[in-house]
Design a protein around this ligand. Structure first.
Ligand code: PAF
Length: 283
């Protein structure tokens, strides 16, 4: 595995790979790799001959109130994990080479970036869209793997690629779950073992919704309220939002149409840790 820090050098390598007809898959991360990231790398390995992993803690997607400097950066550990997962190139640039002096062009995501996670973190998705576009231009992938765990991010990046006519295929990767159903996430390290056990309730709520829809309940608001009750009845857990959206447009959905796909989005606070989860459900 080769470690590259300079965008120019990464571009030259990617260009050569393309000229040699190598298929490139990219996995973009902010490091602190866990099982979820490793599953993305595995999918990338299966879908292309060359795998590029990017590690970059993107300042532009952090709000001034969020503690960018406290974000975990276990670089040596990440290098070892990436190597054993079969990554070919690890691109880990410095902030100054991604955002040099006089950098000023940023992307605006529009309505898709303003609700749910975007409401809580204004500007967050503009920062994500900007850095993802830059990383696409630097790594020149044919395929890019993004986890369904961050469903809104996945929807925004899919829209970005369509809107800006980018020649990259977005490959969604299924959520990796712990034994109790808790979605694997960088934030899980902030949960105590008791909170970690209890946080499995989010997945139980999602599964309840799936059963209710299979049982022909069409009122999505009724189901969402039931899921809210299930989560909030667990001591130490409370919901931030529980909403059904159209699986593609991410528009709020109130009544289920037979055969159509929806995504149930959940954000909840367990102890003092905010967690998100979701499930794609066909009515
Ligand atoms: O999902 C993440 O880790 C980040 O938002 C991403 C896509 C790497 C952009 O910084």
């Amino acid at each position: 595995m080769q470690i590259i820090t300079e965008p120019g050098q990464m571009q030259v390598i990617a260009e050569k790979l393309r000229l040699n007809r190598q298929l490139i898959a990219v996995v973009m991360t902010m490091g602190a790799l866990h099982e979820g990231h490793l599953s993305l790398i595995k999918l990338a390995r299966q879908s292309a001959g060359t795998v590029i992993l990017t590690i970059f803690v993107n300042p532009m997607q952090f709000a001034p109130t969020e503690e960018l400097h406290r974000y975990p950066r276990p670089f040596e550990q990440d290098v070892a994990l990436a190597r054993s997962a079969g990554v070919d190139y690890l691109f880990a640039p410095e902030v100054s080479s991604i955002y040099p002096d006089h950098f000023q062009t940023t992307l605006q995501c529009g309505a898709l970036g303003e609700h749910f996670e975007g409401k809580l973190r204004p500007g967050h998705f503009n920062g994500v869209a900007t850095v993802v576009s830059k990383l696409f231009n630097i790594t020149k992938p044919h395929r890019a793997i993004f986890g369904e765990k961050d469903a809104q991010q996945l929807a925004i990046i899919s829209q970005l690629v369509t809107d800006l006519n980018m020649e990259v295929t977005i490959v969604p990767a299924p959520i990796v779950r712990e034994e109790n159903g808790l979605a694997v996430s960088s934030r899980n390290i902030y949960l105590s073992s008791d909170e970690r056990n209890k946080a499995g309730i989010l997945y139980q709520g999602l599964c309840h919704a799936e059963k209710r829809m299979a049982g022909d309940e069409r009122n999505l608001q009724t189901i969402a309220r039931e899921v809210e009750e299930i989560i909030s009845s667990t001591p130490g857990c409370r919901t931030d939002y529980v909403n059904f959206v159209d699986a593609i447009s991410f528009e709020l959905a109130e009544t289920a149409e037979k055969g159509k796909e929806y995504r149930l989005l959940v954000a909840a606070i367990c102890g003092s840790t905010r967690l998100i989860d979701n499930l794609r459900i066909r009515a």
